[in-house]
Design a protein around this ligand. Structure first.
Ligand SMILES: *Cc1c(COP(=O)(O)O)cnc(C)c1O
Length: 236
């Protein structure tokens, strides 16, 4: 079943890329594996998916040992709590998608300094304006990035957003288009240690719109694995 879902998504990525005159290889499909058991994740990775993401530290810790990570990349896509920074870094994430505050970035930078390692991050932007969403406000994004760019142990590699939770595809498109235009503005600033390499946007219900608006990293969970079953109140 995962294989059929995977092939369908790859097919959509290929045809949308073709329409946009883009190389489909430039699009990264990130499998969002939260709530799914390690065996299922290994199945997905065996199909050729290289990138997978979790949003809870404890859940990721429990599963990562059982996941075959040869040439596979773990992404942390959840809200970053500053008291969990050590634990997250121990899991060696290739990218942390969810930095939205200078204070958290400073703590992350300090911890990276102690460990003598560089961490790649994305800045999460709240493009929908929904108060329930994490992410820096679009108006404050550039200043935040300028501040974080000064932290020597972090590398900003792009932006991430979660589109508006609505049926209104125009509103969803507005969110993604806003993230793209922010990334263009930021790239033009030529800040040290800042690259706008990744635009992480689009999930199961809106990844096609995201691709049309310039996403090159899409985060897909339920369309690949089926609906999530939450087994306890913490959402794990
Ligand atoms: C759960 C999650 C996804 C995937 O959601 P689906 O709708 O299942 O594709 C993507 N991004 C983030 C940040 C998530 O937490």
């Amino acid at each position: 079943m995962i294989k059929d879902n995977y092939l369908l998504i790859m097919d959509r990525i290929n045809s949308i890329s073709k329409k946009l005159n883009k190389d489909p290889e430039s699009i990264t499909l990130l499998a969002v594996t939260k709530t799914h058991p390690a065996e299922l994740i290994n199945q997905a990775l065996a199909l050729g998916i290289n990138d997978f993401g979790e949003n809870k530290v404890q859940e990721a810790e429990q599963k990562l040992d059982k996941i075959n990570r040869n040439n596979k990349y773990f992404h942390f896509i959840g809200h970053l709590q500053s008291n969990k920074i050590n634990k997250i870094l121990a899991l060696d994430p290739v990218l942390i998608h969810s930095i939205d505050k200078l204070s958290t970035a400073q703590k992350l930078n300090d911890t990276c300094k102690n460990l003598n390692r560089i961490q790649n991050i994305l800045i999460e932007v709240n493009t929908s304006g929904e108060t329930s969403k994490e992410g820096v406000e679009p108006d404050l994004c550039i200043n935040l990035i300028k501040d974080i760019a000064d932290l020597p142990y972090l590398r900003i590699l792009g932006l991430m957003t979660i589109g508006s939770l609505t049926e209104d595809s125009l509103e969803i498109r507005r969110c993604f288009s806003l993230l793209k235009s922010l990334s263009i503005q930021i790239a033009e600033l030529n800040l040290n240690q800042v690259k706008m390499q990744y635009l992480s946007m689009g999930m199961s219900h809106d990844y096609e719109i995201a691709l049309e608006e310039g996403a090159n990293l899409i985060r897909i969970g339920s369309l690949l694995f089926g609906n999530r079953i939450y087994t306890n109140k913490t959402g794990v």
